[in-house]
Design a protein around this ligand. Structure first.
Ligand code: ATP
Length: 229
């Protein structure tokens, strides 16, 4: 059983402000990820790692091919199916928090759990446990993260990303710019997610982190189309 299956995915960008030039960036991308497995996307800058992650999350539309996550084909799904997929099945941890003004940090972290029906007390307890593990001082839990430092916001974002136990996760440089202690915590969170059966696709410029958590590497430059001269 595969949790994530990418088959023959192609993508090109149309530059409407440059005469409608069409730039093919990916052709026939194919790989899959089993529950409990972590696949690291590698390849040079510009190879298409971020583009592939955005297509899996449904932010970019694939030109062709299929992107199966659980029982949804993201390549052809309706917007409401994508919303349901993101709520229940597919988590995404980027490097940056999209701060919602005036919402307390503990509620920012608890929100994905409340959205899937976790009782408020249990959601708060797990939110607090994650904030503590990521060394966010308790004095900050009741405040909005709007004014937090860059590193604090990043750690709140990671706590939020790991709060609901998603069966599939996308990680975009989850350890970038963390200190050694917090980096270690994030690597443990990834290992715990794998141990409970999460299928993970990640971009890790931190090579030792990648070697530790990734079971396999997929070199995205193998999917770079031959460009017409
Ligand atoms: N929105 C867009 N419009 C036009 N071209 C784009 C767009 N997004 C990405 N590209 C192009 O697609 C190619 C792949 O970019 P992408 O960001 O996926 O690479 P990457 O492997 O993630 O690189 P990096 O390691 O530098 O982050 C690049 O040539 C880039 O210019």
């Amino acid at each position: 059983m595969k949790m994530i299956r990418i088959e023959n995915v192609s993508k090109s960008f149309t530059l409407h402000n440059q005469g409608g030039a069409v730039i093919p960036v990916m052709a026939n991308a194919t790989f899959s990820v089993a529950p409990g497995e972590c696949v690291a996307l590698t390849g040079n800058s510009g190879a298409g790692k971020s583009t592939l992650m955005r297509m899996i999350y449904g932010n970019y539309l694939a030109a062709s091919g299929s992107i199966i996550v659980g029982d949804t084909d993201v390549a052809t799904a309706q917007p409401r199916e994508i919303i349901a997929l993101r709520r229940h099945t597919l988590g995404y941890v980027s490097q940056f928090l999209r701060v919602v003004p005036r919402v307390a940090t503990v509620d920012v972290v608890a929100e994905p759990m409340l959205a899937v029906g976790v009782p408020r007390d249990a959601a708060r307890a797990r939110a607090e446990e994650l904030l503590a593990r990521l060394n966010i001082p308790e004095t900050l839990w009741g405040l909005s993260p709007t004014t937090f430092s860059g590193g604090e916001q990043q750690r709140v974002n990671i706590a939020r990303g790991f709060a609901h136990r998603y069966p599939a996760m996308l990680l975009d440089e989850p350890t970038a710019s963390l200190d050694a202690t917090n980096r270690e915590t994030v690597l443990s969170l990834i290992e715990e997610a794998k141990a409970r059966g999460a299928a993970i696709v990640g971009i890790f410029h931190d090579a030792p982190a990648r070697d530790r958590v990734a079971d396999r590497e997929v070199d995205v430059s193998a999917f770079t189309p031959r460009r017409a001269a």
